[in-house]
Design a protein around this ligand. Structure first.
Ligand SMILES: [Zn+2]
Length: 304
């Protein structure tokens, strides 16, 4: 049994993983802990409570997925969406508290591992997994290995520069994520519809209101999807040139919009793809529940 932890900006989730399944879940607040040591204490308490609820069966390791995590050092480095603006050596902090080995990895890389081992990526040793949520993350499996790169967090497809000017959370202008994310799509819709970013249908959270408006024929909503599909297709086609995946798995809130997104995306992707790859790269949506993919992937970090 392995403990998987998924660190998010608002909430952090814990799961006990056995035989490729999450058998028990817990969650704690991330944003409520401005002190990283208090946060690590709360995580350890939640882990121990989970273990006790399973008859005190020991877990042999802890795998943690987090934004801006360097898998080579076990440190979360200045994550813009987490409460701590300094480096947090969370792998060591959890290993000390729980007395088991701990591995920390980038959250998108953890999701990629989860898809590769347990989801739509099974059997594909050249795989790209892209998470389309509040931000855009990605993880690359190449020749049967998760790519970590020199900084231990390779695969930042969301921060691919594109020739547009919108400000990104990383502080630069014109990243893919500034357009192809929940936040980005909402901004695009607001611009096209000429409304405030919380007005009209945008008073509801997420991208569902835009998807519903698009299905009802709303022009600004349809153009938002069209623009998003175009930029995402180009981003994916660029990534294919770099590592030649056989399959791409999309994951997260935006990917759940079904054929509204996927049908035009498949067409546009084939159009912009280098000819030698055309018809040779599957584009599919994750079938794993979002929470479980992240936890299974975090747990799988310990088996690399
Ligand atoms: Zn950026």
């Amino acid at each position: 049994m392995i403990l998987g932890i998924d660190i998010g900006g608002t909430t952090s989730k814990l799961g006990l993983v056995e035989d490729g399944k999450v058998i028990a879940h817990a969650r704690i607040s991330t944003s409520g802990h401005t002190d990283d040591h208090a946060f690590a204490d709360a995580l350890a308490d939640a882990a121990i409570a989970l273990r006790q609820a399973q008859g005190d069966k020991a877990f042999k390791a802890v795998g943690i997925g987090a934004p801006n995590a360097n898998q080579l050092t076990g440190i979360i480095e200045m994550a813009p969406n987490l409460p701590w603006k300094h480096d947090v050596p969370l792998a060591r902090m959890m290993a000390d508290r729980l007395n088991v080995p701990a591995v920390l990895g980038n959250d998108a890389n953890a999701a990629a591992l989860g898809e590769w081992r347990y989801g739509a990526g099974q059997g594909f040793d050249d795989l790209l997994v892209v998470t389309l949520g509040t931000g855009v993350g990605s993880g690359f499996i190449v020749n049967g290995r998760l790519v970590l790169g020199s900084a231990g967090n390779a695969g930042e497809l969301g921060h691919d520069p594109i020739p547009r000017g919108r400000l990104c959370t990383c502080g630069r202008q014109g990243c893919l994520e500034a357009y192809v994310s929940i936040r980005g799509m909402r901004k695009t819709y607001a611009e096209l519809a000429g409304v405030g970013e919380k007005d009209g249908i945008l008073s509801q959270e997420g991208v569902l209101p835009i998807a519903e408006a698009a299905r009802a024929g709303d022009t600004a909503a349809l153009r938002t999807f069209h623009d998003t599909v175009d930029l995402l297709a180009i981003g994916l086609a660029n990534a294919v040139c770099a590592t030649g995946p056989r399959r791409i798995v999309l994951f997260g809130g935006i990917a759940r919009n079904g054929e509204l997104l996927m049908a035009p995306l498949r067409d546009r992707f084939q159009e912009v793809l280098l000819n030698i790859y055309r018809g040779r790269v599957d584009l599919t949506v994750s079938a794993l529940p979002d929470d479980d993919a992240a936890l299974l992937g975090a747990a799988a970090l310990t088996t690399l």
